[in-house]
Design a protein around this ligand. Structure first.
Ligand SMILES: *Cc1c(COP(=O)(O)O)cnc(C)c1O
Length: 427
């Protein structure tokens, strides 16, 4: 069966044919490719075609698909146990590994996804402060929990409106929303409501609505005001943690959050999330404290050991400088080819091994309001050209791309060759 046939079948039994919306190609058009296996930097479709993968399961695979050292640990674990629902040493090893290397992570609790991590951390923040309001920023994604599926509402600054049906106004009445990159709006909101806010949550490098690197002064202002008003600062490092550096954006900026959420890389490709922070905050969590949070499959040994192997390699090998160099090489190569093909309207935003191809703008883009309106359509055309030639980007102009350590210089060269052919073909 080819992808076309499988997608038709899938649509009969699964909403939209997919288990997560962006997989459906809704943003780029066409039929999604069904993959049957993956290895290193490559995906293989059910048709048997190979693709160089720059989506990498949306970020978890820092060392590529099925890295042999990680696969060995996974196979060893599968022979021992799949799940205990009881105490075991594997999650302890991962917890100790992280707490001993990230000073603001004094205690950590493992869950099964980034969404779950954020949801639980917010509960802790509310309990710790005895306040109800949460402040988030337009253009930051924190998973699909009800309270945070919001965008800024029209009218008064800070007011929010729901981003999904099924989330009534009563559920988001305590969620405040501000634009990124605006210290003045932040100051004003804190002056009026600062002492009612439990928590300010931010992706310290927003990477779910394009890639929108923030000015460090803006992040510093978040830390300064939260401290001043007794608000907890929650860094959502689900994408950036162990990706932009081992210690994530907090490590790079030197801005210390009160709470931090991880996901993606922390499970080495298996479903793991975590929330973490200062001891006094984390000790509020059951059974040591009154904040309830639990999970049947939490700290699953396969994810724990794949995660530990992944983080150990990241710590020992420090792949970050080289990943950054390779990411720049790839994206500057692509932009050059686009320019040579007569389309000089592109540029690349990169941060470590994250990249975003976008329309050229005079100023760097730091808020979603400044993303050019025709970006989506332009990206869709480019996406399909590359797809035809065996290069798989995340299927949306608002998703970032990822590199792994197994994207060698040769593979980057091959990608650029395919890009060149793809761009020549249309003429
Ligand atoms: C992916 C992501 C999430 C959600 O994680 P899931 O595992 O998909 O639930 C939350 N926050 C950020 C910043 C993310 O990138």
């Amino acid at each position: 069966m080819n992808s076309e046939e499988l997608f038709l079948r899938s649509k009969q039994v699964v909403p939209g044919g997919v288990h997560s919306p962006v997989r459906s190609f809704a943003s780029v058009g066409g039929t999604p490719v069904f993959f049957r296996e993956a290895n290193g930097a490559y995906l293989k479709s059910v048709e048997g075609k190979d693709y160089i993968d720059y989506c990498l399961s949306f970020g978890p695979l820092l060392f590529g698909h099925r890295h042999p050292e990680i696969q060995e640990i996974v196979e060893d674990t599968v022979r021992r146990a799949w799940s205990f629902g009881a105490c075991e040493p594997y999650s302890l090893e991962l917890a100790e590994f992280i707490t001993s290397r990230i000073p603001w992570v004094e205690k950590i609790r493992f869950v099964n996804s980034g969404t779950e991590a954020v949801m639980s951390a917010l509960r802790v923040a509310r309990a710790a402060t005895d306040r109800s309001k949460i402040l988030k920023f337009d253009g930051c994604y924190h998973g699909h929990l009800d309270q945070l599926l919001v965008k800024s509402g029209s009218g008064l600054a800070g007011l929010s409106s729901s981003d999904s049906k099924g989330i009534g106004p009563e559920i988001i009445q305590n969620t405040l929303v501000l634009p990124l990159d605006d210290e003045k709006a932040l100051e004003e909101l804190f002056q009026t409501q600062g002492n009612q806010i439990a928590c300010l949550i931010i992706e310290p490098i927003p990477a779910n609505y394009g890639l929108l690197p923030q000015r460090t002064e803006f992040l510093k202002k978040c830390r300064e005001l939260t401290t001043k008003y007794g608000v907890l600062l929650l860094f959502d490092e689900v994408i950036s943690g162990f990706r932009v550096s081992f210690q994530g954006m907090a490590g790079i900026t030197g801005i210390v959050p009160d709470l931090v959420c991880y996901g993606k890389i922390i499970g080495g490709g298996f479903p793991v999330g975590a929330y973490a922070g200062k001891k006094d905050l984390m000790d509020l969590v059951a059974p040591s404290g009154p904040v309830y949070q639990a999970g049947t499959l939490s700290a699953n040994p396969i994810g724990m050991r794949a995660g530990l192997k992944t983080l150990t390699k990241a710590w020992n090998e420090n792949p970050y400088p080289e990943l950054e160099t390779k990411t720049k090489k790839l994206t500057s190569g692509i932009v050059k080819l686009l320019t040579e093909s007569g389309d000089s309207q592109w540029e690349a935003v990169t941060y470590g091994s994250l990249f975003w191809l976008k329309a050229k703008t005079k100023e760097p883009i730091r808020t979603i309001a400044n993303i050019p309106a025709d970006h989506k359509v332009k990206f869709a055309t480019f996406f399909h050209k590359l797809l035809n030639h065996g290069v798989y980007l995340a299927p949306s102009g608002y998703e970032v791309g990822f590199l792994s350590t197994v994207h060698t210089d040769e593979i980057i060269e091959a990608t650029l060759n395919k890009t060149m052919k793809a761009l020549q073909e249309e003429k």
